[in-house]
Write a protein that binds this ligand. Structure first.
Ligand code: AMP
Ligand code: MG
Length: 424
């Protein structure tokens, strides 16, 4: 097991670990390394139920009652005794609405008109649906006998008194809000929001709204990062686009690490850069620099600067997104308190086009999943796959994940896809 002391050792002497090669780091291994340093924030807050959407529970939710808390009808029909299911004719002695019970008792030969959700009256234990009956004044004729005890929803069928309904570490989704509301619980304890600061690095970067000179590019990474982070539900702190200037970079980095739980930068971690970021990170923290066996997204840095986690992402716009989804997303969910984040769903489908691919690295090609004319879902690549082509990412609704062992593929081959739409 690796801890913070060993992070220090690892950074100062990478070869001290067997099979650890920072220059050829497999995707899965890098992910494992990062996971070992991730402890969730330890500050909690009490939130109104509706405010807890997208937050992580810091308490177990136990059911203070049975849900439903009384036996009730699953259908509109008539409540009767199980011993009367074969009776052809029953007298209707009243009505039970949802929210307005019938107070009397059903005796042999009798029934009560009942609406969905209405409490099953005393004496009754079975419901015949109204479509299987014919009304005849104060009587009904049963055309088709129900099974004894049919169409009854029992108390505690959904949740039992004292049952753990949701556990600490659960990420709250719309169904969970409703589930907790169904218990009558108005407030929950949650981990506080994770604070994530980010900035771009590069002399060539210009912020949107400014004119662009030859040799300059608009800073798009801060916008994709803003979008991905906001969807994850963290508190974002945009620290700007910072020129490759050691003093400016140092000031920005130090300001970021004192304010945020996590700092993310893009650019400046690849070989051949003016090495300011690397020097700064070595001076102020313990950061590992890897060349990941993947495309796009080869350079990646991870470590701690002060008490903040640091992710140094590549500069290329597609590489930023790929490395975010493959490494940062899972890490942030853990830091937010989620006990076992669900990985991006991955499954195999047929690819309608041939794919060029080198073995020895994992490729995350941008793909479009579509319903083919025969109704089967298939995938096609978005087209050119350069790591600077953000349009490929915008067109895509999935990654086509080609692992290290995969080489060139013919059209029609099965490939793994990782769906992007609808994920956090
Ligand atoms: P770097 O990793 O700094 O060498 O950057 C690699 C490539 O990504 C270069 O072409 C940069 O101009 C580009 N790049 C770096 N940062 C950004 C950014 N924030 N927005 C758009 N492109 C960027
Ligand atoms: Mg740069």
């Amino acid at each position: 097991m690796i801890n913070e002391t060993s992070l220090k050792n690892l950074v100062s002497n990478p070869s001290c670990m067997d099979d650890y090669d920072p220059n050829a780091m497999p995707v899965a291994k890098a992910r494992e390394f990062i996971q070992q340093f991730l402890n969730p924030v330890s500050v909690f807050e009490t939130l109104a139920l509706a405010e807890s959407l997208g937050r992580v529970l810091a308490e177990d939710i136990t059911s203070p009652s049975n849900v439903p808390n009384y036996n009730n009808s699953a259908m509109d029909g008539y409540a009767l005794k199980a011993t009367d299911v074969s009776a052809s004719r029953l007298m209707v002695i009243g009505t039970a609405f949802a929210g307005k019970a019938f107070e009397g008792t059903v005796a042999d030969g009798q029934c009560v008109r009942i609406m969905t959700g209405g409490a099953i009256p005393k004496g009754a234990d079975t419901v015949v649906v109204q479509e299987k009956t014919v009304v005849d004044g104060k009587f009904i004729n049963i055309i088709e006998a129900p099974k004894p005890h049919a169409n009854v929803r029992y108390a505690g069928e959904d949740l039992k008194l004292g049952q753990t309904v949701l556990a600490t570490g659960h990420l709250m989704r719309p169904a969970d809000l409703g589930l907790i509301a169904s218990l009558g619980i108005a407030e929950v304890r949650a981990y506080r929001k994770l604070k994530v600061a980010f900035f771009s690095t590069g002399d060539e970067l210009v912020s949107v709204g400014q004119p662009l000179q030859t040799g300059q590019v608009y800073d798009s990474n801060r916008y994709t990062l803003f979008g991905m982070l906001t969807k994850l539900g963290v508190e974002v702190m945009d620290m700007g686009a910072i020129a490759d200037d050691p003093i400016l970079l140092e000031n920005t980095l130090l300001s970021a690490v004192t304010q945020a739980d996590v700092v993310i930068t893009s650019g400046g971690v690849s070989v051949g850069e003016a090495d300011y970021m690397k020097l700064l990170l070595a001076k102020h923290g313990q950061v590992m620099f890897w060349k990941i066996a993947m495309k796009p997204g080869r350079p990646l840095a991870y470590g701690k600067v002060g008490s903040a986690h640091y992710f140094g992402l590549p500069g290329n716009p597609v590489a930023v997104m790929v490395t975010f989804y493959q490494f940062v997303r899972d890490a942030l969910l853990r830091l937010m308190g989620q006990s076992s984040p669900v990985p991006l769903p991955m499954f195999s489908v047929q690819c309608t086009q041939a794919i060029k691919k080198m073995t020895g690295r994992t490729e995350f090609q941008r793909g479009i999943l579509f319903a083919d004319t025969d109704g089967s879902w298939r995938v096609k690549p978005t087209g050119a796959q350069g790591s600077a082509l953000l349009s490929s990412m915008s067109l895509a609704n999935c990654f086509i994940v080609l692992d290290e062992s995969v080489g060139n593929l013919e059209a029609g081959a099965m490939v793994q896809v990782q769906v992007l739409d609808g994920i956090v």
